[in-house]
Design a protein around this ligand. Structure first.
Ligand code: DGL
Length: 284
């Protein structure tokens, strides 16, 4: 497969940065991106029809990543930030090899930041990310002496996507997931899913201040700044309004996203299957 098609425009510094996640988790990356790179225009994709990714098989997660990247290329983005740890853990290398634009993931930036913060590292993540062992491997690569406890948290994403942030059920499951990590006496906790910073008040209830919390989004965006500088792709013009696309219900996403964006976004529907089919028939 060759991208971009010959007729496509040459990558420009004013082109948007693509961000994708299964749902509202990527908004925590978007927030960080607009903080560190306010001049960049953003195209946000939420694959809400197929969430949670954390319960999916590695094959499905790779297939979704490929489909979303195929669509991203039709939008002429200059860089893509995989604002999803599950995709970063299971699909990053594959899409990096298949598509000729910079694609950034969360695992390495998060792991490197964690070993700078402590030696007894807890990682909370989706079941698929925890099962992939990607964080443990990346942490041990950065510091072979570190100790890692990974905890799959299947109920967090569905609760967050339902907007049940302060619900008693959310507090109860948070306690179940965090207790073993507290008993292991961790000194650092990695938010290994981009949805989890939305639960900040819940974590504050259970975690002592002595445990350093790592949000890989901050470090991923720092890596993006360096990459854009290196490639001379930093935008020199003011950002255009962020464009939002979801594969599920646009209204539902808009209502949920409004909580964090402080304004209700205009959200467009997107069909990745149709895009992939169109790309295939063009090549026949
Ligand atoms: N926010 C994503 C992550 O960082 C995916 C969550 C999900 O859909 O399970 O892993």
């Amino acid at each position: 497969m060759t991208f971009p098609p010959e007729s496509a425009t040459v990558t420009k510094s004013s082109a948007p940065i693509g961000i994708f996640d299964s749902g509202v988790g990527g908004l925590t990356v978007l927030r960080e991106l607009t903080r560190q790179l306010p001049q960049e225009s953003i195209l946000y994709v939420g694959d809400t029809a197929r969430l949670p990714y954390g319960d999916r098989s590695p094959e499905e997660i790779r297939q979704f990543g490929h489909e979303i990247m195929t669509w991203m290329m039709t939008q002429n983005v200059k860089m893509v930030m995989m604002a999803c740890n599950t995709s970063s853990a299971l699909a990053l290398e594959q899409v990096q090899q298949a598509f000729p634009i910079p694609i950034l993931g969360l695992i390495c930036p998060g792991a490197r930041a964690a070993v700078k913060a402590g030696r007894r590292i807890g990682v909370i993540a989706t079941p698929a990310t925890a099962a992939s062992d990607a964080y443990r491997q990346a942490i041990l690569e950065a510091d072979a002496e570190a100790q890692v406890w990974q905890m799959g948290c299947p109920q967090f994403v569905p609760l967050i996507e339902q907007g049940r942030l302060q619900d008693p059920a959310t507090l109860a499951v948070a306690k179940t997931y965090l207790q073993p990590l507290l008993e292991a006496n961790i000194d650092t906790l990695v938010h290994g899913c981009t949805h989890y910073p939305h639960l900040q008040p819940v974590f504050q209830t259970f975690l002592p201040d002595t445990i350093k919390r790592i949000d890989p989004a901050y470090f991923m965006v720092k890596a993006a700044v360096q990459e854009l500088e290196l490639l001379n792709l930093k935008s020199t013009r003011p950002a255009r309004p962020t464009q939002f696309f979801v594969s599920g219900c646009p209204e539902q996403f808009a209502n949920l996203a409004a909580r964090w964006l402080k304004t209700t976004p205009r959200v467009n529907p997107v069909n990745f299957d149709a895009c992939v089919t169109a790309q295939k028939s063009q090549r026949l």
